[in-house]
Write a protein that binds this ligand. Structure first.
Ligand SMILES: [Zn+2]
Length: 271
């Protein structure tokens, strides 16, 4: 690795920080991102600093065990999640973690972004699962991603934020933009009465495109798994496979009770 390219990578990390801060994907000193530059070397953002004003000298270098190799600053304890991702997914060279407000709102409400609504999101991300809550910076945090890590490139962390990964920093960062943009669109659609999910055949078509674009990691199964307030599980007209949401289940029960009451009243009247 030449010195020039390492300086360029550090500058790239600073540039991503500036964009993340400007777009308000983080507040105060939140967020962290990293770049794997060799088998055992990772460049990472420093802890306790605003990511909007980083300079290349603030970037830390650690090995795959999180031991510091270079730099006066220390990385966030959340570096553990980055290192686990690099270990599990050798194709991944960059990890971005932030708290974009709309996407994090979904994560705080216990909702994933696994809805088959926008073609670009299906093709580019496959899906955005919701990983269970774990204490930020704890060893449980990387553990919480494990079930999804080999299928997806973008994740929501329950009650926490989002993580995106890619073969380079910009690829990982752009996925963060896509997540937040999608979350805003989905929220708007819900406020307007609910998003219309694409039917399974259409989703399959889009997964076909994913394959054609040579997207490396295995795509998520070509089914819609919405956890939307309207999904009724096996009876769901959109996916027919999702988990029934509590709200939909409640609506279902109410409908059932109303129907039975109607039928009983009718039979009483006809006597
Ligand atoms: Zn965080």
């Amino acid at each position: 690795m030449s010195v020039t390219s390492e300086t360029q990578w550090k500058q790239e990390l600073c540039e991503i920080g500036r964009r993340i801060w400007l777009r308000e994907y983080v507040a105060a000193n939140d967020g962290n991102f990293s770049l794997r530059i060799s088998e055992n070397e990772v460049l990472a953002t420093p802890t306790g600093m605003s990511k909007g004003f980083l300079t290349p000298d603030m970037i830390c270098k650690v090995d795959m065990e999180a031991n510091p190799l270079e730099g006066a600053y220390r990385p966030s304890s959340e570096i553990l999640i980055h290192l686990e991702i690099y270990r599990q997914r050798p194709d991944v060279k960059a990890v971005v973690h932030a708290h974009p407000p709309t996407a994090t709102g979904f994560a705080a409400a216990g909702l994933s972004l696994q809805e088959c609504v926008l073609p670009e999101v299906i093709v580019n991300l496959g899906g955005v699962p919701l990983c269970p809550y774990a204490l930020p910076g704890s060893p449980e945090l990387p553990e919480s991603l494990k079930d999804y890590l080999h299928q997806y490139d973008a994740f929501l962390l329950a009650n926490h934020g989002a993580v995106t990964i890619g073969p380079d920093l910009f690829a990982a960062y752009y996925k963060m933009e896509t997540i937040e943009h999608f979350a805003k669109i989905l929220l708007t659609a819900r406020l307007l009465g609910g998003a219309q999910g694409l039917p399974t055949e259409r989703v399959q078509e889009l997964y076909g495109l994913r394959e054609r674009f040579g997207l490396k990691h295995p795509a998520a199964p070509p089914v819609c798994v919405p956890r939307s307030p309207t999904c009724m599980g096996e009876d769901c007209p959109v996916c027919g496979v999702g988990e029934p949401s509590p709200a939909a289940a409640e609506g279902h029960t109410r409908e059932l009770v109303e129907r039975i009451t109607r039928e009983v009243l009718q039979s009483l009247r006809s006597r």
